[in-house]
Write a protein that binds this ligand. Structure first.
Ligand SMILES: Nc1ncnc2c1ncn2[C@@H]1O[C@H](COP(=O)(O)OP(=O)(O)OP(=O)(O)O)[C@@H](O)[C@H]1O
Ligand SMILES: [Mg+2]
Length: 450
């Protein structure tokens, strides 16, 4: 061990360690250092979790690390092998970029098993969230067998099947071998993004009709009692039959016409619906929600996808449900029946989805924009640059597993830097995201020169 001059460590309880180093001694919050108690040969790895040098003893990589009390231990810098061993001991296997401790930089890895939890990715606009999300999803696709459904509001992931030259031969072969389906509003695409009204659960159909179970008590009830026949393939068939019915049925037909539902592009008709595509065995389904004329269409198709995943939860198919710009689909204050039902179901998945292998990965600019009952269930955090002290304070409060001293450094992050903490991180650490292996969809627009 290469000792650091003037740095000492002690542990009064065998669990926490105090590391003292002279000012400018080169130890920062988040760093892993080695401490060697007097009379011992093997050092113990310790992560310093706050700026004044209080660390936590790590049980890995050295055996018997926890439980020993000591004073005046020498402190040394961790080497690349120590950092790699620490990550390996925690099962961190998915490389997402680099992790620098002191003068040493190693590949940063996430634990693939940690994706069996819900994840929140947060950072201000332009901090690199969508890019980072892409990097992480590519590695999840390469390194696990998880099925993925991506709700993509800005067509940012439409290039996920398009592998870049920078990918290694091995990465490229794995990514090219995946069944990636990109669905969008545009009917000229290979498979358009569609929704089958008649296959939706009744409450979801009523939500599309913007019927509120309390406010529109009578109409809602009339709708529940109307038979949807197996011969009905589309909302157009439903309207035709409603027109032939009694007063209540005719009122519902008028409602559908007045809402302009008949002219929505999103109805499947003879085409497969998005949830049928997911059910057909696609490894990745990218639902590009941009490009619909009516703003209710993307929310309705997202609702159908989530409802069908929930209905089929008994199959226990491990599925990562990715929602970029999650404030659109999972807002703190939902608006209207479609969004309200969608948020209710996302809350249910946040609370109970783990039992069925349904895991959420949500991304947004501010924690307060996302429904708190979903956010509070997230056991993984990726935090990118965040200027607002109020937002950092809220995250500190909500994500107790992320060390406050590391959260507090987020205003100084550059684009592509992130704090990763929680079940999927070997240790809470500040990482620099690596390069994308597939094409980015909607890159930022540059100001043209003259
Ligand atoms: N690590 C990175 N390496 C290279 N380019 C990056 C990186 N991170 C982000 N960028 C680029 O910076 C721009 C903004 O990044 P990105 O779209 O990921 O930000 P964002 O946090 O998702 O912003 P918003 O909240 O507005 O959606 C994009 O053009 C992206 O290509
Ligand atoms: Mg983005």
């Amino acid at each position: 061990m290469e000792t650091m001059t003037g740095a000492f460590a002690s542990s009064a309880d065998g669990r926490t360690v105090t590391v003292s180093s002279p000012p400018g001694g080169g130890i920062a919050a988040g760093d892993v250092v080695l401490v060697r108690p007097p009379g011992e040969t093997d050092p113990i790895a310790v992560q310093v979790l706050d700026g004044v040098g209080n660390g936590v003893l790590l049980a890995d990589p050295g055996p018997n690390a926890v439980g020993r009390r000591f004073a005046s231990a020498e402190v040394g810098a961790a080497q690349a092998a120590d950092l790699e061993a620490l990550q390996a001991a925690r099962g961190a296997d998915l490389p997402i970029g680099t992790w620098t401790c002191g003068d040493v930089t190693v590949p940063a890895r996430l634990r693939s098993q940690g994706f069996g939890r819900h994840t929140f990715l947060c950072g201000q606009s332009g901090s690199g969230k969508t890019y980072a999300l892409g990097v992480i999803l590519e590695q999840v696709l390469i390194g696990t067998g998880l099925r993925m459904v991506i709700l993509d509001p800005n067509a940012d992931f439409v290039g996920l099947g398009d592998v870049r030259d920078e990918a290694s031969a091995d990465q490229s072969a794995k990514l090219r071998g995946l069944d990636v389906r990109v669905l969008g509003a545009d009917a000229t695409g290979a498979t358009p993004l569609r929704l089958r009204f008649t296959a939706m659960p009744r409450a979801a159909q009523a939500a599309v009709l913007r019927l509120d179970p309390i406010r529109d008590r009578d109409e809602y009830n009339a709708y529940l009692n109307i038979e949807v026949r197996s011969g009905d393939t589309d909302i157009v068939d439903v309207v035709r039959r409603l027109r032939e019915g009694d007063d209540a049925a005719r009122a519902l037909a008028k409602r559908i016409e007045n809402l302009g539902l008949g002219s929505w592009e999103v109805w499947a008709g003879d085409l497969p619906s998005a949830s049928e595509v997911v059910g057909s065995g696609a490894r990745v389904t990218v639902a590009d929600l941009s490009g619909f004329m009516d703003p209710h269409e993307p929310v309705a198709v997202a609702l159908d996808l989530i409802e069908q995943l929930w209905l089929q939860r008994g199959s226990r198919t491990p599925t990562l449900i990715v929602v970029d710009e999650a404030h659109n689909l999972c807002p703190a204050v939902p608006q209207g029946p479609i969004q309200t039902l969608l948020v209710e179901r996302l809350i249910q998945i946040a609370a109970e989805g783990r039992k069925y292998g349904l895991w959420l990965f949500l991304s947004s600019q501010r924690p307060s924009k996302i429904h708190p009952q979903v956010l509070s269930q997230c056991d993984n955090l990726v935090l990118m640059r965040m200027n607002s002290p109020g937002d950092v304070a809220e995250l500190t409060e909500m994500f107790g597993f992320a060390p406050p001293a590391l959260l507090a450094t987020s205003p100084s992050f550059t684009q592509g830097e992130a704090l990763v903490a929680g079940t999927f991180a070997a240790r809470p650490s500040i990482v620099r995201m690596g390069q994308r292996l597939t094409q980015e969809g909607g890159r930022d627009v540059a100001v043209p020169g003259v």
